[in-house]
Ligand binder design. Structure first.
Ligand code: FAD
Length: 368
């Protein structure tokens, strides 16, 4: 049976498009190389706890249309992300706010905190354009915040010394002079009740999905099954890496089931010192206020990308941007193929931007 669309990838991008096209009477086939659908929002239930398999995912948005869309599909809880930082055994609230300034210096008023930060920026004496990430951060927030909460954490993330990283990585350091630990500034925030799998299931309801099916294992046959393709895999892979491979940063996750009800009392704790090799620990039950007798934690280690690792974060430096521009040219010449999603566009998208982008595509594609 010929389909209207072959959708390569069952992540948020592919699944939303599949739902919307199906609702408009189009026949869709979704193929997914992994064993399960859902892409990076896939969860796994362990001991009644929904474990975020590919990194913690917190839905947050100020786009009303996006929030209405997802909450019409499944209910969301009222989780608010309030991460902590652990620096050599001392705990600090994030994002940098009055609680953090109190923990660092004992400042109790915004005036004291502003004065302290201004003094430290002055002492750093960075004049002219910052030459690297270290100078940039010192110019924006001064010595203490940089040393305890930025320097070693960022070095772990990028695998390079802060003085060897470009200043553009930190465009600004958000400093909040209120006692507000809510990490995001968005108007809406939460986690789907029961994790992300019910959302994926709802999106793919009534859609034909083949899991364990890699597009490149049988490309000519699969291409022949549909009039058009929505491709959400890696753009360089689609073109056989013929211009060279785009670079990524990867992550390694170490999951542990613990025979205790609570490990850290919070969903996310960042480890900002270099002595600890991981960047954060996620305790999954806290995303859904779980009261299970046991708990599951994941230690997250930054990792060099290779073919054996998942491509997580694009490296948007000059080399990769130039290469991407050339792949985009090739992509725009492929009339039957639409390239969307974080891998096909080589762009970090939060989930709300992913939803918005696909809803926009649906409008274009179906002339609405
Ligand atoms: C570590 C991490 C944490 C994040 N945390 C947040 C967060 O807290 N909040 C937030 O809003 N956003 C977060 N995001 C962003 C979020 O993950 C993305 O917005 C979203 O997953 C993008 O969906 P996608 O469908 O474009 O990509 P993906 O979810 O990657 O889906 C692409 C799918 O295509 C499949 N595929 C690829 N190639 C092939 C092939 N050849 N054949 C068949 N299938 C193929 C893949 O297996 C995958 O399932 C995070 C991202 C990362 C990397």
């Amino acid at each position: 049976m010929r389909r209207d669309y072959l959708i390569v990838g069952s992540g948020l991008s592919g699944a939303i498009f599949a739902r919307e096209a199906t609702r408009r009477g189009k026949r869709c086939l979704v193929i997914e190389k992994r064993k399960q659908a859902g892409g990076n929002i896939r969860c796994e239930n362990r001991e009644g706890i929904n474990v975020h398999l590919y990194g913690a995912h917190i839905f947050h948005t100020s786009q009303r249309e996006v929030w209405d869309y997802v909450t019409r599909l499944v209910p969301f809880n009222h989780f608010v992300n309030s991460p902590l930082a652990n620096y050599r055994g001392r705990l600090f609230n994030l994002p940098f706010n009055m609680n953090t300034f109190y923990q660092l210096w004992g400042c109790v008023t915004p005036g004291e905190a502003r004065a302290k930060i201004a003094r430290q920026i002055e002492e750093a004496a960075i004049t002219g354009q910052p030459a690297n990430l270290e100078e940039q951060a010192l110019a924006l927030c001064g010595r203490d915040i940089y040393t305890c909460l930025i320097k070693e954490y960022t070095e772990k993330q990028w695998g390079r010394d802060a003085t060897a990283l470009p200043p553009e990585i930190i465009r600004r350091v958000p400093l909040r002079y209120t006692f507000d630990n809510n990490y995001f500034n968005d108007t809406c925030q939460g986690i789907p009740v029961g994790g992300y799998n019910p959302l994926v299931a709802k999106l793919l309801e009534g859609v034909e999905v083949w899991t364990g099916c890699n597009f490149f294992d049988d490309r000519p046959h699969l291409e022949g099954l549909a009039d058009k393709i929505l491709y959400t895999g890696r753009v360089d892979e689609f073109f056989d890496n013929r211009l060279g491979a785009l670079e990524y940063r990867s992550l390694h996750f170490e999951q542990q089931l613990l025979d205790q009800p609570d490990f850290q009392g919070n969903a996310v704790v960042n480890y900002t010192s270099r002595e600890v090799p991981y960047t954060r620990i996620i305790e999954h039950k806290h995303f859904e206020f779980g009261a299970q007798p046991r708990t599951v934690i994941t230690r997250e280690y930054p990792h060099e990308y290779s073919q054996d690792h998942e491509p997580y974060y694009p490296v948007n430096d000059a080399r990769n941007e130039a290469l991407l521009a050339r792949y985009r040219e090739l992509a725009s010449a492929s009339e039957q193929v639409i390239f969307r999603g974080r891998l096909a566009e080589y762009k970090y998208h939060d989930m709300d931007d992913t939803v918005a982008s696909i809803l926009q595509l649906v409008k274009q594609e179906f002339h609405e």
